[in-house]
Design a protein around this ligand. Structure first.
Ligand code: BG6
Length: 485
């Protein structure tokens, strides 16, 4: 049963944007469909485009039809759509907020939402500060008898300095506790499963360290290019768009120590320790350990400079400098226009000792544990076994494969369903705490800084390939290879 205190009105700034249509509204519909959405709930979308409420609801219905994982149930949709409102105003002017404030109070009466608010900022980052400041100025935050939370989409700043400024602006008004920094990867089922796999199975924890693990490979590959996001992507590049947030989250969950308990802050504390232990690269280390790439054709994309040096691919090798991981390389790779869409973590175990009289056992493939995040969700263990038959012993690698989303009953929730629900109930475990952001920017800034003065030889990879050849050389140099399993 839904508890009373999760009653709220969600206000989406950027209500006509892509994120709202593709992710937020379908997620709200899916929550409603599963009867998880609070009884006392309404959503107000704020946008700059002129449209009637009726028009807006129709558009939302189309998006829900296209992107929701459940089919449209007339009754469910009817109930949700009646709670969707559209307000047109420009975020930078005060009068819109005045009207919004009194409209929300009216809705509080109708829906018994008691002043609770989720302010969702699905807008370009330059508006984050302005909106927060206006909400404060118009008395829409810090009502003592209710709660107000703010949800911030990435990018959270474009480097450490800008992130700090932004953070100050937001937390001065909302406090850290009510600030929800989205990293939608944390909403993915398998990311939440990493901790369970590691800490709920006796056979993983004892070998999860430098004594048994040779290296860790974390990849997130996409087939798509930058689609229509040239304006944003030109400034971000793969380093800021993927490495600073999603890849760092995958890394921390893989490398963290067991938390003392499963409380939000205990988990976040352990994640931060991993980020603090990352080696911060010198320019020489960047040269050696980081590869950047740009796909052929990127410079011809819409809103992209014909001489752009923005990277659409990054591969890097980094060490987590603590007792558990000393000496174990973590290889990270992410890119657009790759051969497949896949996100996975491959743990490669060390070889067995070479024993002179076990000649059949020479050149065995290593044991691999693959945590498959998407599109397939599951875990695969590769180990060696005998090929059946009489004759000489031949050994081959075989797989134990658990596919979570292949099971008929499984229909994994979309990341945003989980995340929106967690904001409403005040659980920030799956959101990024400020110090996580801070340390990952420190790591990323050192790379960006080293790149600044060097002109890369772009484009350097063909769409549909695994990035520039230097990405393979990064591992070959260490007598290793990427496992594209
Ligand atoms: C977003 C990035 O955060 O994540 C996009 O801005 C990227 O560039 C996307 O395509 C990938 O998300 P997913 O869930 O498709 O792996």
């Amino acid at each position: 049963m839904v508890k009373n205190n999760i009653s709220n009105i969600m206000i989406i700034f950027g209500g006509t944007g892509d994120l709202t249509h593709r992710k937020l509204m379908p997620a709200l519909y899916n929550l409603k469909y599963q009867k998880i959405l609070p009884e006392n709930f309404a959503v107000v979308s704020v946008g700059r485009r002129d449209k009637t409420e009726e028009q807006y609801r129709k558009e939302v219905l189309e998006s829900v039809k296209n992107y929701s994982r459940f089919d449209i149930d007339e009754k469910v949709w009817q109930d949700l759509s009646e709670r969707i409102y559209y307000k047109r105003f420009d975020f930078v002017y005060d009068n819109g907020y005045m009207e919004l404030s009194s409209f929300l109070k009216e809705l509080d009466e109708n829906y018994n939402t008691k002043g609770n608010r989720v302010y969702y900022l699905a807008v370009a980052p330059e508006y984050f500060g302005i909106i927060v400041e206006k909400l404060y100025r118009h008395g829409m935050v810090n009502n003592e008898t209710s709660w107000q939370r703010v949800v911030i989409e990435k990018p959270f700043g474009e480097d450490l300095e800008s992130a700090r400024k932004l953070n100050k602006m937001i937390t001065d008004v909302f406090t850290e506790r009510n600030t929800y920094r989205i990293d939608h990867y944390l909403g993915k089922e398998m990311l939440q499963n990493i901790m369970v796999i590691r800490f709920a199975n006796v056979f993983f924890e004892p070998v999860w360290n430098r004594r048994y693990i040779d290296n860790v490979q974390i990849s997130s590959n996409e087939i798509v290019g930058i689609e229509n996001r040239g304006g944003y992507y030109e400034k971000a590049g793969a380093l800021r768009d993927m490495v600073q947030n999603h890849m760092m989250q995958l890394l921390t969950l893989t490398a963290m120590e067991p938390p003392v308990n499963l409380d939000t802050e205990s988990i976040r504390d352990e994640k931060v320790k991993v980020l603090k232990s990352l080696e911060i690269f010198t320019p020489e280390a960047v040269e050696k350990n980081v590869v950047r790439g740009q796909y052929a054709g990127y410079r011809q994309e819409d809103k992209v400079s014909p001489t752009s040096n923005t990277e659409t691919f990054v591969a890097l090798k980094v060490h987590v400098e603590n007792f558990r991981w000393a000496g174990v390389p973590f290889y990270i790779r992410t890119g657009k226009r790759m051969p497949e869409k896949s996100t996975q973590i491959v743990i490669q175990f060390k070889p067995l000792p070479g024993i002179l009289y076990f000649k059949e056992y020479k050149n065995l493939l290593p044991n691999l544990l693959v945590i498959k995040i998407q599109p397939e969700e599951g875990v695969k263990l590769q180990f060696n076994a005998k090929v059946p038959g009489a004759g000489d012993i031949t050994i081959q690698p075989v797989d134990m494969d658990f596919c979570q989303n292949c099971q008929i009953s499984n229909n994994s929730p979309e990341a945003y369903e989980r995340l929106l629900y967690d904001v409403m109930r005040g659980d920030s475990t799956l959101f990024t705490r400020w110090d996580e952001v801070e340390y990952s920017w420190k790591f990323v800034d050192a790379i960006a800084e080293a790149w600044k003065d060097k002109t890369p030889d772009f484009p350097n990879y063909q769409p549909g390939t695994w990035g520039p050849k230097e990405a393979n050389e990064l591992l070959l140099r260490d007598n290793r290879m990427w496992w594209n399993v």
